[in-house]
Each structure stands twice: as C-alpha cells, then as structure tokens.
Design a protein around this ligand. Structure first.
Ligand SMILES: Cc1cc2nc3c(=O)[nH]c(=O)nc-3n(C[C@H](O)[C@H](O)[C@H](O)COP(=O)(O)OP(=O)(O)OC[C@H]3O[C@@H](n4cnc5c(N)ncnc54)[C@H](O)[C@@H]3O)c2cc1C
Length: 388
C-alpha cells in the first residue's frame, strides 16, 4: 500500500512512522525548505503522550524535554503574584507530561523514521488528478491514501474539501512566538514558565538553555486580518506590560523569524472523502487555548494508522478513525471555547483575581489534585481503547 502524506510536522511525522511500521510505502512531503528551527514551548501530555509511549518514544521525549520547576505570574511591576510548583502538574498527570520546544518534538519524530520513508522538503501536492497525486517536483504517485497533515492552513483540505473560510472558526485572538538571546532575561526565567498577569493580552517566557529565551504572546482582537509586519504589531500590542515584556520586545528578531497567526479552530463535518483524509490541525485544530494540539495530532495519527492496519479497506479504516476520534476532539474544542478562554485570558479585574486565587489554592494540600485535574480533563477512553 502506498501513501502520500502532505506535511512533515508533528502529525505527519507520527503518521509516517506508524504507517511504515504497518508495512506501507510512505512518501512524506513538506513545502518548507527543511526542518523548522524556530518555535515555541509545548506542554505535551494526554493522548499524544500515550501514543508516543506506545510508539516506544517515551524516553526520547523526556530526553528532549527541558526542566521546568515553577510556573509564575508577574504583574506590570514585575512583582510575582502567583507561584505554582510545576511538579504539581506532573503529579496530577502521573508524571505523563513533558515540556519541550516544538522543533525538538519534530526532531525526535523525524529521527524515529525508518530510512525507507521517502521524506522530501521543498515539495507540496500540486494536484490530485484521477488516480495520480502530482507533486510540485513533477513526480506522479498512484497513492492508495492521500493524507493532509499540513496544519491549520491545509492545502489538501482546500483541494479536497473546499476553502478555509468554510471551516475556520476565528476565536477573537492573535498569537505570536519568537526566541532571543539575553543573559539577564534568561537568568530570570531559567527553569521557570513566567507569564504576565494582564487583561486581554499575555506574554509567556521560558528559558530554553544557555541564554536563550522563548516567548509566546496572545491578545484579544476582533480583527482576523494578520498584520503585514508581525514584529511591529507585537511591539504595539504588548508595550507597557513591565520590564520583562519590554526587554523581550526590544530583542524581538526581524519579522521573518516571528511566528504570528490567528487563534482559531478547524471545525469540519467530515475529515475523509474517498482516498483523502485529514489529521492534526488540518482536520481539527483546537487552538493554543486548548493547549493540546500537538498531543491530539500525534494521537490522531496513531489511531488512524492502527485503524487502517486492522481494516479490510482504506475506506473502512479512515471511516473508523473518524468515527472514534471526531467526538473526542470536538469535546476538546468545545471546552476550549466555553471554559478555558476566560481562564487563559481574563477580560476583567474580577476574573483575573479569581484565577489568581484559584492558582494560589493549588498550593493547598487536598485542593491541588482537584484543581489541576480540572485543568487537564481526561477523556475516559484511552488511545489504546480508541485504536483497538
Ligand atoms: C503559541 C502556541 C503554543 C502551543 N502550545 C501547545 C502546547 O503546549 N501543547 C500542545 O499539545 N499543542 C500546543 N500548540 C498547538 C500545536 O503546536 C499544534 O496543534 C500542532 O503543531 C499541530 O501539528 P500538525 O502536525 O497538525 O501541524 P503543524 O505542526 O502546523 O505542521 C504542519 C506541517 O505541514 C507543512 N505544510 C503546511 N502547508 C503545506 C503545504 N501546502 N504543502 C506541504 N507542506 C505543508 C508545514 O511546513 C508543517 O511542517 C501550540 C500552538 C501555538 C501557536
């Protein structure tokens, strides 16, 4: 059996690993010129963690992870308002969480690929022409399965299911991410996840080794249109939030090294059509507010590969994957919209104070597991059950 997977990101790499494991001939293509080095910090837990464990990559995941000992909020005068021991999160999740930069997660998945997997960068799907999938390098492949694992702005989705605007739900926020080098800032955030305690906008800082610092930003806006110059937009939106934020803006790299996008979800009635199927953000982006997109990308890829390996036809396998996985991710999307957004980005001083007290209560024995458990709701069916 032959497959073309478009997108060598988190979901695409995981799927390539599993389909090759089940004996498929895999062509994995990505339009980027090579592996991405820029990125942001990912907390990786839940179904994706289970799937990576089943793939034998748990130790590699923990080796690639950084060490975070504390999460803290700072106010506009850089005073600490909340401290939470990161170990509490780890304990509530039975140790099944790793915090790592997205390029590191991609690297460990890429290194897990067998040499037979045909991985091509600077390549995309040009068109799907009858039985042939025509790539931008001119190759035509008679694929039994064409997978769109090409992220929230998926080309495969556009080719097979229609325009992005039919499926993209803008959540009224923009997000950005960048890294910079600065000894003073690195010392302040080393081993910590530091967040600004602010209304309608937030910056987060992680130390990522040496004097390197990773920053992510999120702010509310009613305008879905992205700015021409993301660096200038960040400087405009996030000024006056304290010395830590000002220093990060001062050292923000040029626009082409800044990640910037809408905060959005992809909501589709159906992810498969004939030989074409979508996985990861292309099918069901949950948004950074849900904090699980990478995890759901890996888990979805795992379940898709397992169902295909057990089905009597591709049509049965993709339908089965969707029937089992769609309700799970829809639940995560709904929770992110309804509950998590206010907690993540409060819109009033009262809500901000409630969050502050909620976090402080996590340090109280007895309340810790209860409160943290509510932040990481667990689906009742494990990945093993969903795949079997
Ligand atoms: C600031 C931020 C913080 C986040 N934090 C977390 C977190 O803590 N935990 C978590 O689990 N998730 C987190 N996420 C979400 C997570 O990053 C995404 O959900 C995840 O990367 C989706 O994986 P994917 O493989 O589906 O898509 P992507 O990672 O977007 O990969 C898509 C791949 O497809 C390629 N591609 C795109 N278009 C084409 C094309 N036309 N042709 C060929 N190739 C193409 C791209 O180059 C890329 O390699 C966060 C997201 C953001 C923005």
């Amino acid at each position: 059996m032959e497959t073309v997977i478009c997108g060598a990101g988190i979901a695409g790499l995981a799927l390539a690993n599993r389909l090759h494991h089940h004996g498929w001939n895999v062509h994995l293509i990505d339009h980027a010129p090579g592996p991405r080095t820029q990125g942001y910090m990912i907390d990786f837990f839940g179904p994706g963690y289970e799937a990576l464990t089943a793939m034998g990559l748990r130790s590699a995941l923990h080796r690639a992870a950084g060490s975070v000992s504390e999460m803290r909020y700072v106010d506009g005068h850089d005073r600490v308002t909340v401290r939470v021991d990161y170990d509490l999160f780890a304990k509530a999740l039975g140790g099944q969480i790793a915090s790592l930069m997205r390029p590191e997660l991609e690297r460990l998945l890429r290194e897990s690929l067998a040499p037979e997997v045909d991985l091509r960068y600077s390549t995309t799907i040009d068109r799907i022409d009858g039985d042939k999938t025509v790539l931008s390098d001119g190759t035509a492949i008679e694929a039994d399965l064409i997978v769109g694992a090409d992220g929230i702005h998926s080309r495969v989705r556009a080719l097979a299911f229609g325009p992005e605007e039919d499926y993209l739900r803008f959540l009224g926020m923009h997000t950005g991410a960048f890294t910079f080098t600065d000894r003073e800032t690195a010392e302040r955030v080393r081993g910590r996840f530091v967040l600004t305690e602010t209304l309608n906008r937030q910056m987060g800082f992680y130390g990522i080794g040496g004097d390197r610092v990773a920053v992510f930003t999120v702010h509310r806006t009613t305008d879905p249109v992205l700015p021409a110059d993301p660096r200038a937009a960040l400087c405009r939106e996030y000024s006056g939030m304290g010395a830590l934020a000002d220093r990060a803006l001062e050292l923000c790299p040029p626009p082409d090294q800044v990640y910037y996008d809408q905060v959005a979800q992809i909501d589709m009635p159906r992810w498969h059509d004939g030989r074409v199927v979508l996985v990861g953000d292309a099918a069901y982006a949950v948004s950074l507010i849900a904090g699980q997109g990478a995890s759901l990308g890996v888990a979805g890829a795992f379940i898709l590969a397992e169902r295909l390996s057990q089905a009597s036809s591709v049509a049965e396998g993709v339908a089965d994957y969707e029937a089992r996985w769609h309700p799970v991710v829809s639940g995560v999307q709904e929770a992110a919209r309804d509950r998590v957004t206010e907690w993540f980005l409060p819109t009033s001083a009262v809500k901000l104070l409630l969050r502050r007290w909620g976090f402080r209560a996590m340090n109280l024995p007895g309340l810790d597991r209860l409160l943290i458990g509510s932040l990481f709701p667990k689906d009742h069916r494990t990945v093993a059950e969903l795949s079997a």
